[in-house]
Design a binder for this molecule. Structure first.
Ligand SMILES: Nc1ncnc2c1ncn2[C@@H]1O[C@H](COP(=O)(O)OP(=O)(O)OP(=O)(O)O)[C@@H](O)[C@H]1O
Ligand SMILES: [Mg+2]
Length: 423
């Protein structure tokens, strides 16, 4: 143990030094309070045995300064004093001293008190060490918990994607069959209608001839039938029907084609059960993702596509679509009234660049570096988990690509993804 003796009186100092030296401790000495303070800062002694009355700085002040220094390692302080009134002793403890010894002291007593002090120093230090260990453990626990939460969030998200995928594939499959026969029936119906239309034209021509026939040349039954036909034609507006039926059929056919496209997009977006690496057409992925999230976007933004001629990318289509979906949904959420979302793809060097810009609220400068952190969200509780961009970041990392963000508050945001193109 290193002991600092602060004592202005040479003889007293010698006595203390002798007593201390006998139990084999390292000793440093100061002849006044100021020097003692400097030595304390410089050498960090384990124990200070200090006189109360000293020039330049008294023992009480020294004691107070040591306790106020906020040093982590505990130093034991014993004051030497000729005062023995209770009020004096209270002052010693109030200043932060651990013990006192009244002068003149017996060396044996001093040694015993030093030994007690030594035990307390050891206990204090052990306590301090345990506290530090506890803080460290807590920190580790905190970061493990955080990691666990992130992983859990990612698992939930990918499970969500997988179930969307499965659901979409199921729905797509169920819709595919009826839409197929509705489509071909419509084609047949169109052909039949053309024939019926032609036949109807013949009937109408015949009807006109009959109407124009000289009076009395037709029997009453025919005359009545011709009249009924003419009246019914007027009632159902036959000319309008003839014009409208092919248009309706055409619209129906158009509708089935659109449903067919949505079904194909759903399949392409979700790629259920297909987590194998493959060559991905990014433009196609963007197109199908757009159709899947269209409902979220349509009231918020007009979407402009500027798709370039880009090489294929090696990767996981479902995961890449998830990245685009997360960016597109954020873009729509950032727009309050009506805005614009622009999607641009191009080839640059060997890279495929995808830039998705919005005219939304933008991101504050101090938030920019946190965007890809797990759980960073500015959305209300229950609205955002803050995992969307973290997942996007991880997926792009996995594809050996890069994702970055540029934003101006009040103007809008651009996310740029670059992925290595397959040559
Ligand atoms: N296009 C954008 N415009 C403005 N702010 C954005 C945009 N994209 C992301 N942000 C900001 O980044 C934060 C994090 O986005 P992230 O997608 O990771 O989480 P989130 O959207 O809050 O929640 P969720 O987990 O549901 O996606 C958002 O809360 C928002 O503040
Ligand atoms: Mg989001």
């Amino acid at each position: 143990m290193k002991i600092l003796i602060a004592e202005d009186d040479y003889v007293s100092r010698l006595l203390v030094r002798k007593a201390v030296g006998k139990i084999g401790h390292e000793v440093i000495e100061a002849e006044n309070g100021r020097i003692a303070w400097e030595l304390f800062l410089e050498q960090e002694p384990d124990m200070i045995i200090s006189d109360w009355m000293m020039p330049e700085m008294d023992g009480i002040t020294l004691c107070q300064k040591i306790r106020a220094s906020g040093r982590k390692m505990y130093s034991y302080i014993m004051l030497l004093t000729a005062k023995d009134k209770m009020t004096d002793l209270v002052e010693v403890f109030d200043a932060g001293a651990d013990d006192y010894i009244i002068k003149p002291f017996k060396p044996d007593e001093l040694r015993s008190r030093i030994k007690t002090g030594e035990r307390i120093v050891q206990l204090e230090r052990r306590h301090h060490q345990l506290q530090e260990e506890l803080i460290l453990q807590n920190k580790k626990l905190d970061s493990t918990l955080r990691e666990l939460k992130t992983t859990q969030g990612h698992i939930l998200q990918s499970e969500k994607m997988a179930s969307i995928g499965q659901l979409a594939a199921g729905v797509a499959h169920e819709i595919n069959n009826p839409i197929g026969f509705i489509g071909s029936n419509l084609d047949a119906l169109k052909d039949y209608m053309e024939d019926v239309d032609e036949l109807l034209s013949h009937y109408q021509k015949l009807c006109k001839l009959l109407v124009a026939a000289p009076g009395g040349s037709l029997c009453t039954e025919i005359q009545n039938e011709v009249k009924a036909i003419t009246e019914f034609e007027e009632q159902i507006e036959i000319d309008y029907l003839k014009k409208d039926i092919p248009e309706l059929l055409h619209d129906c056919k158009d509708g089935t084609q659109r449903v067919g496209k949505i079904v194909a997009d759903l399949k392409n977006f979700a790629h259920p059960g297909n987590d194998k690496q493959m060559l991905v057409d990014i433009n196609k992925g963007l197109e199908s993702t757009l159709n899947v999230v269209y409902n979220e976007l349509k009231y918020k933004a007009t979407v402009t596509r500027e798709f370039g001629d880009i090489p294929m990318v090696e990767g996981f289509p479902q995961k890449l679509n998830q990245v685009f979906m997360n960016i597109l949904v954020n873009a729509a959420q950032a727009i309050t009234e009506k805005g614009e979302i622009r999607i641009k793809t191009k080839k640059e060097g060997g890279q495929v660049l995808v830039a998705i810009s919005d005219t939304g609220c933008g991101i504050k400068e101090e938030h920019l570096q946190k965007i890809f952190d797990p759980f960073f969200t500015t959305k209300e509780i229950g609205k955002g988990t803050g995992l969307g961009m973290n997942i996007a970041y991880n997926i792009i990392q996995e594809h050996k690509g890069k994702i970055s963000v540029q934003s101006t508050v009040g103007k809008g945001t651009t996310f740029t993804v670059s992925l290595p193109g397959k040559t």
